[in-house]
Write a protein that binds this ligand. Structure first.
Ligand code: PHE
Length: 340
């Protein structure tokens, strides 16, 4: 309750209005009988007896401060209209802005970039609107692959197909087309899939993919790199395991699990009692994908991997609902103030 009072106080404190009508609308929102301040007074009944004194005093302070705030907002327009027809009163006190916080997805994206930077990976970005070649064909997707289906991909135009990229593997293709190996890069960015929005899925999410191409790159290098990443991201005691999987652009392909951070591998709700949680897809770059980009697959080999930033963030901060990332609710976001 005290938190809610303080939050509302800060919110009202930072209010601005551009017209007298807006001041009145805001006043109704906060101070009318059904307003947000009055709602807190209603909740006062359920405050435990021993806290009533403290909470009561805070509530009265809030009410008083809110009345003053709206008086001052109103009087701004009085002075403006009488003394400043241009509507600019440079003597007005500055708005008391709340401190900002980095979005949790940005915090984790930056951590991922830092971790890979320490072993020599640089960052590249590419367009969110892609053509079929960079998102699918160059990556060895067959013409009838289900991912090309309208159900999964947001197409903007057909024939030639233009779409919202479904993964940042498209940036891997762009990089391989334009850069001579050795290549050691990661590709953070926003991707789009036609998914029904729920606690575990969204039509927009964020990925970081990685690519390493050189002579003699082997699966051992891939595994070692991912183990380094998992320990840096989730802690020294983290274990990894790789399971066989399939992607058109890698061969062999795998999915990587990390030992559950919550229960340490014993089994809990988060890991569905398996002790493991899946965090990324990976594999050795398919020779077809290399050749599609003009890289000689008899000379060069490489590995690639891709992870969802939301998933890593949810694990790290134990966030249960993906939708929180996109709602911009200050009560959620302000918990990350001070974290970088
Ligand atoms: N592009 C894959 C996806 O979006 C992830 C991936 C990247 C898998 C690189 C293997 C290698 O699901």
């Amino acid at each position: 309750m005290i938190d809610r009072i303080n939050l509302l106080k800060a919110e009202i404190d930072s209010l601005r209005a551009i017209s007298r009508e807006e001041v009145e609308q805001l006043r109704l929102k906060y101070l009318s009988k059904k307003g947000l301040v009055s709602a807190l007074f209603d909740d006062f009944k359920s405050v435990p007896a021993e806290l009533k004194r403290e909470v009561g005093a805070l509530l009265n302070e809030l009410k008083h401060a809110s009345h003053e705030k709206f008086e001052s907002l109103k009087s701004d327009f009085d002075t403006k209209e009488t003394s400043d027809p241009a509507g600019q009163d440079l003597t007005r006190p500055a708005v008391n802005a709340l401190p900002g916080a980095r979005h949790p997805l940005s915090i984790v994206r930056n951590q991922i970039i830092d971790i890979f930077a320490r072993i020599g990976f640089t960052v590249a970005e590419g367009p969110e609107i892609e053509d079929d070649w960079h998102n699918f064909s160059a990556l060895n997707f067959t013409p009838d692959h289900p991912a090309r289906d309208m159900q999964d991909t947001f197409f903007i135009a057909s024939n030639p197909d233009i779409l919202l990229r479904t993964h940042t593997s498209s940036v891997q293709i762009r990089t391989m087309e334009s850069t001579k190996p050795p290549i050691r890069m990661i590709f953070p960015g926003r991707v789009f899939r036609n998914e029904a929005i729920s606690a575990r899925a969204h039509c927009i999410f964020h990925q970081v993919e990685g690519l390493y191409i050189d002579k003699h790159v082997s699966f051992t290098d891939l595994k070692q790199t991912l183990m380094y990443f998992a320990k840096e991201m989730f802690g020294e005691n983290t274990e990894i395991r790789l399971r066989p999987s399939y992607f058109p652009f890698t061969e062999p392909s795998g999915e990587m699990d990390v030992s559950c951070l919550i229960c340490g591998g014993v089994g809990c709700n988060i890991c569905k009692h398996t002790g493991w949680v899946e965090i990324l897809g990976c594999g050795m770059v398919d020779p077809n994908a290399l050749e599609n980009c003009g890289i000689d697959s008899t000379v060069y080999t490489g590995f690639a991997f891709g992870m969802g930033i939301e998933r890593i963030t949810m694990l790290k901060y134990q966030i249960k609902d993906l939708r929180l990332f996109f709602e911009n609710d200050v009560r959620f976001l302000q918990q990350f103030t001070g974290a970088f």
